[in-house]
Design a protein around this ligand. Structure first.
Ligand SMILES: O=C(O)c1cc(C(=O)O)c2c(n1)C(=O)C(=O)c1cc(C(=O)O)[nH]c1-2
Length: 230
Protein backbone atom coordinates (compact mmCIF):
# COMPACT_ATOMS: atom_id res chain seq x y z
CA UNK A 1 0.00 0.00 0.00
CA UNK A 2 2.84 2.38 0.88
CA UNK A 3 4.77 1.46 -2.26
CA UNK A 4 1.70 1.97 -4.39
CA UNK A 5 1.11 5.37 -2.78
CA UNK A 6 4.69 6.47 -3.40
CA UNK A 7 4.41 5.26 -6.99
CA UNK A 8 1.23 7.31 -7.48
CA UNK A 9 2.98 10.40 -6.14
CA UNK A 10 6.05 9.85 -8.31
CA UNK A 11 3.86 9.33 -11.36
CA UNK A 12 2.89 13.00 -11.14
CA UNK A 13 6.42 13.69 -12.39
CA UNK A 14 5.13 13.19 -15.93
CA UNK A 15 3.14 16.41 -15.39
CA UNK A 16 6.12 18.40 -14.12
CA UNK A 17 7.00 21.75 -15.69
CA UNK A 18 10.25 20.48 -17.23
CA UNK A 19 7.92 19.03 -19.89
CA UNK A 20 6.39 22.42 -20.70
CA UNK A 21 7.28 23.75 -24.17
CA UNK A 22 8.82 26.89 -22.65
CA UNK A 23 11.22 24.92 -20.45
CA UNK A 24 11.97 22.57 -23.31
CA UNK A 25 12.95 25.52 -25.44
CA UNK A 26 15.00 26.92 -22.57
CA UNK A 27 16.85 23.62 -22.25
CA UNK A 28 17.42 23.47 -26.01
CA UNK A 29 18.97 26.94 -26.02
CA UNK A 30 16.15 28.46 -28.06
CA UNK A 31 14.90 31.25 -25.81
CA UNK A 32 15.60 34.86 -26.61
CA UNK A 33 17.10 37.19 -24.06
CA UNK A 34 13.74 38.88 -23.73
CA UNK A 35 12.02 35.55 -22.99
CA UNK A 36 14.58 34.64 -20.33
CA UNK A 37 14.14 38.04 -18.75
CA UNK A 38 10.38 37.61 -18.71
CA UNK A 39 10.83 34.21 -17.05
CA UNK A 40 13.18 35.45 -14.35
CA UNK A 41 10.98 38.43 -13.50
CA UNK A 42 7.84 36.33 -13.25
CA UNK A 43 9.42 33.42 -11.40
CA UNK A 44 10.59 35.95 -8.84
CA UNK A 45 6.98 36.26 -7.73
CA UNK A 46 6.93 32.49 -7.07
CA UNK A 47 10.18 32.72 -5.11
CA UNK A 48 9.00 35.58 -2.92
CA UNK A 49 5.71 33.81 -2.12
CA UNK A 50 7.27 30.46 -1.14
CA UNK A 51 8.04 31.61 2.43
CA UNK A 52 4.42 32.85 2.78
CA UNK A 53 3.28 29.39 1.74
CA UNK A 54 5.65 27.71 4.21
CA UNK A 55 4.61 30.06 7.01
CA UNK A 56 0.97 29.13 6.28
CA UNK A 57 1.84 25.44 6.63
CA UNK A 58 3.49 26.16 9.96
CA UNK A 59 0.56 28.26 11.12
CA UNK A 60 -1.76 25.32 10.49
CA UNK A 61 0.51 22.69 12.07
CA UNK A 62 0.29 22.16 15.81
CA UNK A 63 3.25 19.76 15.99
CA UNK A 64 6.51 21.14 17.35
CA UNK A 65 8.72 18.53 15.67
CA UNK A 66 7.30 19.27 12.21
CA UNK A 67 7.55 23.04 12.64
CA UNK A 68 11.15 22.70 13.83
CA UNK A 69 12.02 21.04 10.51
CA UNK A 70 9.81 23.16 8.29
CA UNK A 71 11.16 26.48 9.53
CA UNK A 72 14.43 25.70 7.75
CA UNK A 73 12.67 26.30 4.42
CA UNK A 74 11.79 29.83 5.42
CA UNK A 75 15.36 30.48 6.53
CA UNK A 76 16.70 29.07 3.26
CA UNK A 77 14.63 31.56 1.26
CA UNK A 78 14.73 34.58 3.51
CA UNK A 79 18.29 34.13 4.79
CA UNK A 80 19.25 34.98 8.32
CA UNK A 81 20.78 38.40 7.64
CA UNK A 82 20.59 40.98 4.89
CA UNK A 83 22.24 39.79 1.68
CA UNK A 84 21.70 36.05 2.25
CA UNK A 85 19.05 33.50 1.29
CA UNK A 86 17.35 32.22 -1.83
CA UNK A 87 15.32 35.34 -2.60
CA UNK A 88 18.53 37.36 -2.60
CA UNK A 89 20.13 34.73 -4.87
CA UNK A 90 17.20 35.02 -7.24
CA UNK A 91 17.71 38.79 -7.39
CA UNK A 92 21.32 38.09 -8.41
CA UNK A 93 20.08 35.66 -11.03
CA UNK A 94 17.89 38.45 -12.37
CA UNK A 95 20.89 40.76 -12.56
CA UNK A 96 22.87 38.09 -14.40
CA UNK A 97 20.03 37.95 -16.93
CA UNK A 98 19.96 41.72 -17.27
CA UNK A 99 16.96 42.54 -15.08
CA UNK A 100 17.75 44.92 -12.25
CA UNK A 101 16.78 44.11 -8.71
CA UNK A 102 14.53 47.17 -8.58
CA UNK A 103 12.68 45.87 -11.61
CA UNK A 104 12.16 42.47 -9.95
CA UNK A 105 11.16 43.87 -6.58
CA UNK A 106 8.69 46.29 -8.20
CA UNK A 107 6.73 43.29 -9.65
CA UNK A 108 5.98 45.47 -12.67
CA UNK A 109 6.60 42.56 -15.01
CA UNK A 110 4.54 40.02 -13.12
CA UNK A 111 1.81 38.84 -15.46
CA UNK A 112 -1.75 38.60 -14.14
CA UNK A 113 -2.01 34.83 -14.69
CA UNK A 114 1.33 34.22 -12.95
CA UNK A 115 0.15 36.15 -9.91
CA UNK A 116 -3.13 34.24 -10.01
CA UNK A 117 -1.39 30.85 -10.12
CA UNK A 118 1.12 31.62 -7.39
CA UNK A 119 -1.53 33.12 -5.12
CA UNK A 120 -3.55 29.94 -5.60
CA UNK A 121 -0.63 27.96 -4.18
CA UNK A 122 -0.36 30.22 -1.12
CA UNK A 123 -4.14 30.07 -0.60
CA UNK A 124 -4.05 26.30 -0.90
CA UNK A 125 -1.55 26.14 1.98
CA UNK A 126 -3.64 28.55 4.03
CA UNK A 127 -6.95 26.78 3.59
CA UNK A 128 -6.16 23.05 3.31
CA UNK A 129 -5.05 20.63 6.02
CA UNK A 130 -1.31 21.09 6.47
CA UNK A 131 -0.51 17.51 5.42
CA UNK A 132 -2.05 18.19 2.00
CA UNK A 133 -0.02 21.37 1.69
CA UNK A 134 3.10 19.35 2.53
CA UNK A 135 2.16 16.88 -0.23
CA UNK A 136 1.75 19.74 -2.67
CA UNK A 137 5.41 20.66 -2.13
CA UNK A 138 6.45 17.27 -3.50
CA UNK A 139 7.03 18.63 -6.97
CA UNK A 140 10.46 19.08 -5.46
CA UNK A 141 10.94 15.34 -5.92
CA UNK A 142 11.24 16.15 -9.62
CA UNK A 143 13.08 19.45 -9.25
CA UNK A 144 16.74 18.48 -8.98
CA UNK A 145 16.79 16.46 -12.23
CA UNK A 146 15.14 19.37 -14.06
CA UNK A 147 17.45 21.94 -12.48
CA UNK A 148 20.54 19.93 -13.40
CA UNK A 149 19.49 19.94 -17.06
CA UNK A 150 18.59 23.65 -16.89
CA UNK A 151 21.89 24.65 -15.27
CA UNK A 152 23.87 22.88 -17.93
CA UNK A 153 21.72 24.41 -20.67
CA UNK A 154 22.02 27.93 -19.30
CA UNK A 155 25.79 27.62 -19.13
CA UNK A 156 26.13 26.04 -22.55
CA UNK A 157 23.61 27.89 -24.70
CA UNK A 158 23.50 31.34 -23.18
CA UNK A 159 27.12 32.45 -22.80
CA UNK A 160 26.07 36.04 -22.08
CA UNK A 161 24.75 34.99 -18.65
CA UNK A 162 27.18 35.67 -15.81
CA UNK A 163 27.85 32.22 -14.29
CA UNK A 164 27.98 33.61 -10.77
CA UNK A 165 24.30 34.45 -11.11
CA UNK A 166 23.41 30.76 -11.36
CA UNK A 167 24.27 30.08 -7.73
CA UNK A 168 20.57 29.89 -6.83
CA UNK A 169 20.19 26.64 -8.74
CA UNK A 170 23.38 25.15 -7.32
CA UNK A 171 22.02 25.71 -3.81
CA UNK A 172 18.68 24.13 -4.76
CA UNK A 173 20.48 20.97 -5.86
CA UNK A 174 21.42 20.50 -2.19
CA UNK A 175 18.28 21.86 -0.52
CA UNK A 176 15.57 20.35 -2.72
CA UNK A 177 16.46 16.64 -2.26
CA UNK A 178 16.62 17.12 1.52
CA UNK A 179 13.29 18.98 1.58
CA UNK A 180 11.60 16.51 -0.75
CA UNK A 181 12.71 13.48 1.25
CA UNK A 182 11.44 14.96 4.51
CA UNK A 183 8.13 15.93 2.90
CA UNK A 184 7.74 12.50 1.31
CA UNK A 185 8.41 10.66 4.58
CA UNK A 186 5.94 12.91 6.37
CA UNK A 187 3.27 12.49 3.70
CA UNK A 188 3.65 8.71 3.71
CA UNK A 189 3.55 8.56 7.53
CA UNK A 190 0.41 10.70 7.81
CA UNK A 191 -1.65 9.50 4.84
CA UNK A 192 -2.73 6.01 5.81
CA UNK A 193 -6.26 5.77 4.45
CA UNK A 194 -7.20 5.70 0.79
CA UNK A 195 -9.01 9.03 1.19
CA UNK A 196 -5.94 10.69 2.68
CA UNK A 197 -3.72 9.29 -0.03
CA UNK A 198 -6.09 10.42 -2.77
CA UNK A 199 -6.08 13.92 -1.26
CA UNK A 200 -2.26 13.97 -1.23
CA UNK A 201 -2.05 12.88 -4.87
CA UNK A 202 -4.64 15.51 -5.79
CA UNK A 203 -2.63 18.16 -3.93
CA UNK A 204 0.49 17.26 -5.87
CA UNK A 205 -1.43 17.26 -9.12
CA UNK A 206 -2.81 20.70 -8.27
CA UNK A 207 0.75 21.92 -7.73
CA UNK A 208 1.96 20.61 -11.09
CA UNK A 209 -0.81 22.72 -12.58
CA UNK A 210 0.28 25.82 -10.65
CA UNK A 211 3.74 25.46 -12.19
CA UNK A 212 2.34 24.67 -15.64
CA UNK A 213 -0.03 27.64 -15.60
CA UNK A 214 2.84 29.96 -14.68
CA UNK A 215 4.77 28.86 -17.74
CA UNK A 216 1.72 29.09 -20.00
CA UNK A 217 1.45 32.75 -19.03
CA UNK A 218 5.18 33.39 -19.34
CA UNK A 219 5.27 31.73 -22.76
CA UNK A 220 2.29 33.72 -23.94
CA UNK A 221 4.14 36.95 -23.27
CA UNK A 222 3.47 40.46 -22.21
CA UNK A 223 -0.26 40.76 -22.48
CA UNK A 224 -0.83 42.92 -19.44
CA UNK A 225 -3.65 45.41 -19.27
CA UNK A 226 -2.69 48.65 -21.00
CA UNK A 227 -0.78 50.91 -18.69
CA UNK A 228 0.43 48.10 -16.41
CA UNK A 229 4.07 48.86 -17.15
CA UNK A 230 3.75 52.54 -16.45
O1 LIG B 1 13.21 25.93 -10.65
C1 LIG B 1 12.39 25.03 -10.49
O2 LIG B 1 12.08 24.20 -11.37
C2 LIG B 1 11.75 24.91 -9.16
C3 LIG B 1 10.62 24.15 -8.98
C4 LIG B 1 10.04 24.11 -7.71
C5 LIG B 1 8.88 23.25 -7.57
O3 LIG B 1 8.91 22.10 -8.04
O4 LIG B 1 7.87 23.71 -7.03
C6 LIG B 1 10.59 24.87 -6.67
C7 LIG B 1 11.75 25.60 -6.96
N1 LIG B 1 12.30 25.64 -8.18
C8 LIG B 1 12.40 26.38 -5.96
O5 LIG B 1 13.41 27.01 -6.25
C9 LIG B 1 11.89 26.42 -4.66
O6 LIG B 1 12.45 27.08 -3.78
C10 LIG B 1 10.72 25.70 -4.38
C11 LIG B 1 9.97 25.58 -3.21
C12 LIG B 1 8.91 24.77 -3.53
C13 LIG B 1 7.79 24.36 -2.69
O7 LIG B 1 6.78 23.92 -3.26
O8 LIG B 1 7.87 24.49 -1.45
N2 LIG B 1 9.00 24.41 -4.83
C14 LIG B 1 10.09 24.95 -5.36
Amino acid sequence: MTEEFIARLRAQGSRYHDQHPFHRRMDAGELTREELQRWVANRFYYQKCIPLKDAAIMANCDEVAVRREWVQRILDHDGTVEGTGGIESWLRLGEALGVSRDELVSERRVLPAVRYAVDAYVNFARSKPWVEAVASSLTELFGPAAIRVRLEALERHYPWIDRAGLEYFRARLVQAPRDAQYALDLTVARCRTREQQDAAVAALRFKTEVLWAQLDAIERGDTQPAGALT
